[in-house]
Design a protein around this ligand. Structure first.
Ligand code: HEM
Length: 505
């Protein structure tokens, strides 16, 4: 008994002291800074109660915006966070004053486990500027936004279509095959090659990526309360996730070593080669970001940022196609009239496939996969609309508040691709359409993602008719509402009926 009591005394005293320190910090914050208003919070867990008050995260966020206005303070665990809602506030802060708000806040636990702050997505200041410039220039060199890359994507589209064909109309979940396909598009750019859909090494790496993303989700308890990592044992799965991250790091390091062995300055074939070349040029410089550690972290970021996002969007698209046969028929009719059914749609066809592109935009708007974008931080102390916010404080743009704003879209709750088509039949591109966010730190892979979405989705509709499994119905209430790193649909089954086989019967 005694040792237990002793242990509890120490624990309760430490906890008490910790809470007092937090309270002091809070009142110092309030006095020192003039933070925007927000709901009362509980030390350590912050506003977790408000954020989890509805399984659909968008509902409490709307409630908070209504009560506290377009800029309010929310405690995510113990971390004070400024939430920015509505297009006007987002434009004012992230576009007009973008230079001041392009940093990232200090790393949370997922970032520490992921790359210790060395990848592109988590860095700030000068390192971020140099890295972003290098990555964009190098990816462009290897075809980003050009026909060179289109050929590589089409290779993956064909493999994806034959995977679906091989299912012989059996019900399947879209996420797995599409994840491998878009992961392979990144592989082409980064490693200069791709992996078979059943390659065990690639599969292990992709599964580990998925586990990491689930762990890093905004709703995982340790993301809210990083101090929980010190709880003995592995109740929160942190050791397990660190092990999975090691699998990914080993995979990346093996590929980097293979590239180093074959490296030839006259034959720079992919992103890794280009980075190694720069590493050699800068090997004498101090504080260089061209090191093997940075390279591994950047590649990991490109996989993480480029795979889950695109595959989740295509999975949402397959849901809307399967549940809205009227829309699916209209897309197919457009493809049939403008491209035919023999050759796959290409980027050249995009201009004539206005309704197909409008459908993709509506999927991006409705599914709204990056609800909180990524956190930003001011590079110095700043004033916004009369509030005084310290350097480095976490600032979250609420993208959903823009993509579902009735004053912009009229009927945001309805899935209606026509909203992106003008009376003259041309594609409308409203500036408030910001699924890739906006400003200086917007999505670095937007042009790649939009190319992939167009080529995969148009080919899917050209070759297959998607529908729910036989005798079953599928509705938005069945799939809506997993708010992890992305807003993903709950797993669901669909069937793909080959249009060619249907015609032959
Ligand atoms: C439908 C697909 C995608 C969506 C909706 C999406 C959305 C986003 C959003 C909202 C951000 C945060 C921007 C910010 O911090 O302000 C972001 C950042 C980023 N995205 Fe994407 N993304 C997609 C696909 C891709 C792809 C294919 C790549 C591959 C290269 C990629 C690479 C990145 C990177 C590297 C960043 C961090 C940029 C930085 O910190 O400077 N994304 N994306």
């Amino acid at each position: 008994m005694y040792p237990v009591h002793f242990g509890l005394d120490i624990l309760s005293t430490s906890l008490g002291l910790f809470l007092i320190c937090l309270a002091i910090l809070f009142f110092r914050h309030r006095n020192q800074w003039k933070l925007p208003p927000g709901p009362a919070w509980i030390p350590l867990v912050g506003n977790i109660r408000e954020l989890t008050s509805d399984p659909d995260l968008r509902i409490p966020l709307k409630r908070l915006q209504k009560k506290y206005g377009d800029i309010y303070t929310l405690y995510i665990g113990p971390v004070p966070t400024i939430v920015v809602c509505g297009y006007d506030a987002i434009r004012e802060i992230f576009i007009k004053r973008g230079i001041e708000f392009s940093d990232r806040p200090a790393l949370g636990l997922p970032g520490i486990i992921l790359n210790g702050g060395k990848g592109i997505t988590t860095v700030s200041g000068d390192i971020w500027k140099k890295q972003r410039k290098f990555i964009i220039a190098t990816l462009r060199h290897f075809g980003l936004g050009r026909s060179k890359l289109e050929d590589k994507i089409q290779t993956e589209v064909k493999l994806f279509l034959s995977e679906i064909e091989n299912l012989n109309q059996e019900p399947f979940k879209m996420m797995k095959p599409i994840q491998t396909s878009v992961g392979n598009v990144i592989s082409h750019l980064v490693f200069g090659g791709h992996f078979r859909h059943n390659d065990p090494r690639f599969k292990l790496m992709m599964d580990s990526l998925e586990s990491f993303l689930q762990f890093a989700s905004t709703r995982s308890l340790v993301s809210f309360i990083p101090i929980l990592r010190f709880v003995p044992g592995d109740f929160f799965g942190i050791k397990n996730i660190a092990k999975q991250m090691q699998v990914i790091k080993d995979f990346m390091n093996e590929l980097i070593e293979e590239h180093e062995k074959k490296f030839h300055e006259g034959n720079i074939a992919d992103f890794i080669d280009a980075f190694i070349s720069e590493m050699k040029k800068q090997s004498n410089g101090e504080n260089t970001m061209f090191t093997k550690e940075y390279l591994a972290a950047i590649i990991m970021d490109l996989f993480l940022a480029g795979t889950e996002t695109t595959s989740t969007t295509i999975t949402w698209a397959s849901f809307y196609l399967a549940t809205r046969p009227d829309i699916q028929s209209r897309i197919f009719a457009e493809i049939k009239a403008n491209v035919g059914t023999e050759q796959l749609p290409s980027m050249q066809d995009k201009q004539s496939l206005v309704y197909t592109e409008a459908f993709i935009m509506e999927v991006l708007r409705m599914s709204n996969i990056a609800i909180f974008s990524s956190p930003h931080a001011p590079e110095a102390d700043v004033w916004i609309r009369g509030f005084h916010i310290p350097k480095g404080m976490q600032i979250m743009p609420d993208i959903n508040s823009v993509l579902s704003d009735p004053s912009i879209w009229g009927d945001p709750e309805n899935f209606r691709p026509e909203r992106f088509v003008s009376e003259e039949g041309t594609l409308l591109k409203p500036e408030e359409f910001i699924p890739f966010f906006t400003g200086r730190r917007n999505c670095l892979g937007e042009s790649l993602a939009r190319m992939e979405l167009f080529l995969f989705i148009s080919a899917l509709v050209q070759r297959f008719e998607l529908m729910p499994p036989e005798g079953e119905t599928l509705e938005i209430k069945d799939v809506d509402g997993i708010f992890g790193v992305t807003h993903a649909p709950k797993p669901f089954f669909i069937r793909a009926i080959s249009r060619h086989a249907k015609e032959m019967n």
